[in-house]
Design a binder for this molecule. Structure first.
Ligand SMILES: NC(=O)c1ccc[n+]([C@@H]2O[C@H](COP(=O)([O-])OP(=O)(O)OC[C@H]3O[C@@H](n4cnc5c(N)ncnc54)[C@H](OP(=O)(O)O)[C@@H]3O)[C@@H](O)[C@H]2O)c1
Length: 329
């Protein structure tokens, strides 16, 4: 099959297309013909060696973490899926014609969704559901702050907060993107380049502060995140686009009795991912199928344009997910 591989040339990381053996399937696995692939920041990090290797079905350095496609074979003991089913999920090694995805990690693609739309969903919505609901414990009437509202995870998180009955949703993005983000649940947007948004959060919550903070930014926003947090807030650290080293006033943290919780797929066990997928399916399947929640697709690239797709992601000048079509043939 065709797959992209991470290669080192002249001491620099590149990706190049190769012919490689198909992945090996084990008990409980689905073999999936990939129809579309979501591009993620982790794909860029993996290329430069900053993303630890996930358990995978081949030893090849194939990038990619997210796809949608159809089941072509079932591993021993698989229940609930059939050959021909449309599925989406987070396999390792998604930049390929075929992937192995554990059945317990697979989500059905809702009828009526195109492959491109489906491949944009799993990473953002699974991450956001875990952060907002499981770790953030968002409740009806909560005030929410999303640092990085224009990210895929941010847009998914705001829609989940809406579904769960949040009272107000504040969030940071560059100014030009703020009006569009209202469609994805943002009530009180602020431009992080010209202000830190603390006043916005306090105004939106009647001085109470944010009960749940979903943070894709990290260091550059840490001081304002802490200042905007309500007493007993849950601050879920998801991404570090504004840097990974911050100084936090621990006295303020203690005074607010704040919970700071980090999340990542890199260290989760297979059982933990299965539980996360199952919780998200229970809460989100109907809303995804009826398109009450969705993500915009910023740009679609052909399978042989993966390098261009990653360069476009590095530019940062887009809103929504970047998706690769599956290999033709
Ligand atoms: N922990 C996990 O399990 C997990 C899972 C998925 C993703 N992540 C991480 O979460 C982050 C978001 O991923 P994604 O794929 O959703 O991102 P994405 O869709 O690629 O988002 C990119 C957008 O982030 C915005 N941004 C960049 N710097 C910012 C800043 N300092 N403040 C506010 N917004 C900023 C930019 O829009 P503007 O024009 O608004 O700047 C940019 O267009 C990444 O760091 C990713 O690695 C973590």
């Amino acid at each position: 099959m065709k797959a992209w591989l991470i290669e080192r040339r002249n001491d620099e990381a590149h990706i190049g297309m190769s012919d490689v053996p198909s992945p090996r399937m084990g008990p409980g696995d689905l073999l999936v013909r990939v129809r579309a692939i979501g591009v993620n920041r982790a794909d860029l990090a993996r290329r430069t060696g900053h993303y630890e290797r996930l358990p995978a079905s081949t030893d090849l350095p194939i990038p990619g973490l997210e796809m949608a496609g159809e089941v072509v074979a079932l591993g021993q003991g698989v229940r609930g899926f059939h050959v021909g089913d449309r599925v989406m999920g987070l396999p390792a090694q998604a930049y390929a014609e075929q992937v192995v995805l554990q059945a317990a990690h697979a989500l059905p693609v809702p009828a009526g969704l195109q492959w491109i739309e489906a491949a944009a969903l799993p990473m953002a919505f699974l991450t956001a559901h875990n952060a907002m609901v499981t770790e953030g414990k968002v409740r009806r009437g909560d005030h929410v702050l999303v640092q990085g509202a224009a990210t895929g995870v941010g847009m998914a998180a705001m829609q989940i907060a809406r579904l769960q009955g949040a009272a107000s949703i504040a969030g940071s993005a560059s100014g030009g993107k703020l009006p569009k983000l209202a469609e994805y649940g943002l009530d009180h947007g602020f431009d992080y380049r010209t202000g830190d948004g603390v006043a916005q959060v306090l105004r939106a919550s009647g001085g109470h502060g944010a009960d749940v903070i979903i943070d894709m930014v990290g260091a550059s926003a840490a001081a304002s995140t802490l200042a905007a947090a309500a007493e007993r807030a849950r601050w879920i650290q998801v991404g570090r686009m504004g840097g990974g080293q911050a100084t936090i006033d621990l006295d303020t943290m203690a005074r607010k009795r704040l919970a700071l919780i980090g999340v990542t797929f890199r260290t989760r066990s297979s059982d933990e991912i299965a539980a996360l997928v199952s919780a998200a399916r229970a809460d989100l399947e109907e809303a995804l199928a009826s398109r009450r929640i969705s993500l915009p697709v910023a740009k679609v690239f052909a399978f042989d344009e993966a390098d261009e797709a990653q360069a476009f992601m590095r530019s940062g000048s887009y809103l929504g997910k970047i998706v690769l079509e599956g290999a033709k043939g």
